[in-house]
Design a protein around this ligand. Structure first.
Ligand code: ZN
Length: 372
């Protein structure tokens, strides 16, 4: 059994090492220092440990409890980076008040990281057939460079990402595409309506068409049982040079949230059909997540959560994207399960220390079951 002091101490140590994502917040410390701490800790607890920088200062740590062979491998994943620091309770000085531990990263997600470290350290005593692989990664809050590398290099039979879900088991979330649309005009002096073509006015038609498309997406009954609907919104717009000139181009960036089963090609075709006057380019794609309810990892987690919580956890879809989709896209059935608390990307940020203990126990029981 874990003790509360050990849990609180590890979460505190992790929170007190600043690891703000430097591409999200210029000047952020990155993951090197916290990565070294995690690597040392895992090594001291008997795991085969590798520390790697996917970019300078951007650490990935992989710790492995090697099984005796022929068992299934479980990948555990948590991110090392945080969003920017806030005031006292969104900073790097952890504060414990009753069951709560306050500080940046306490909830999202150094507590989830602590839970998988503690569970993996104890898994050494289980004499498993399969491997347990703890992955502590960089850059989840921005481009997910860390988990991209893990998904390309680590083999596993299932993955568990311990992002905070309030003790609910998330098996699905939407993906997204970022797209850029461009309309052309003809530059001319503002007095020359005979020559000028207004690219911004053309984009106006595109915006109206996209608003209509979004309404249609969200009227597409019955929707996904866990995720609701696909959606899109305009994010950034740029065009024009000065007041007395017809703009020759306007560029709009949009985000389209996708449901499981939607392909990039189909989404691009849909946008092109809605906005024929614009040139459409895809900038960035993240896949959705949908793991079947009868996947082994889902069933094992449900079975092992029931005795600890006294009830089965709610099986849900979550609104946000997670690194679990990267493992899923690599063919690894993946789920998200983690603590309760508050303050992801906000302040104050706190975690329920009782939940950290419970998540660690549930992860350990699931390891025992899945990797035996
Ligand atoms: Zn997170």
């Amino acid at each position: 059994m874990l003790d509360r002091r050990e849990v609180a101490e590890l979460v505190s140590q992790l929170v007190s090492i600043e690891s703000v994502n430097p591409t999200l917040v210029p000047g952020g410390a990155g993951e090197a220092e916290v990565g070294r701490f995690v690597a040392d800790w895992l090594e001291r607890h008997g795991l085969e440990t590798e520390y790697e920088e996917v970019e300078p200062g951007r650490a990935n740590v992989v710790g492995r409890v090697r099984g005796s062979g022929r068992g299934r491998t479980l990948l555990l994943n948590a991110h090392l980076d945080t969003v920017g620091l806030g005031g006292p309770d969104g900073g790097t000085t952890p504060r414990v008040d009753g069951d709560r531990l306050y500080g940046r990263g306490s909830y999202d997600m150094k507590s989830g990281l602590a839970a998988i470290m503690l569970a993996a350290a104890r898994a050494r005593d289980l004499r498993l057939a399969g491997d347990v692989v703890v992955t502590a990664v960089s850059d989840e809050e921005d481009r997910s460079l860390g988990s991209e590398r893990i998904a390309a290099t680590v083999q596993a039979d299932a993955a568990l990402v311990t992002e905070p879900t309030g003790m609910r088991l998330a098996i699905a979330h939407r993906g997204f595409l970022w797209l850029e649309l461009e309309t052309q005009g003809v530059a001319a002096h503002g007095s020359r309506y005979d020559l000028g073509v207004d690219a911004i006015a053309r984009m106006g038609h595109v915006l109206v068409a996209l608003e209509k498309l979004d309404a249609e997406l969200r009227a597409d009954e019955p929707g996904h049982p866990l995720l609701g609907y696909a959606s899109l919104h305009a994010s950034l717009i740029e065009g024009g040079t000065e007041l007395s000139t017809y703009p020759d181009r306007c560029v709009l960036k949009i985000e389209r949230r996708t449901l499981p089963g939607e392909t990039v090609e189909a989404v691009e075709a849909q946008i092109r059909a809605a906005a024929p006057e614009a040139e459409v380019r895809t900038l960035f794609v993240r896949e959705p997540l949908e793991t079947p309810r009868d996947a082994e990892i889902v069933e094992r987690l449900l079975a092992n959560t029931q005795p600890l919580l006294g009830h089965a956890p709610e099986v849900v879809g979550v609104p946000y994207w997670t690194d679990a989709a990267l493992f899923s896209a690599a063919g690894i059935p993946s789920v998200v399960f983690g603590v309760g608390g508050e303050g992801a990307h906000a302040e104050p940020e706190w975690v329920d220390l009782g939940d950290v203990e419970r998540v660690a126990e549930i992860v350990l029981a699931t390891i025992a079951d899945f990797c035996k």
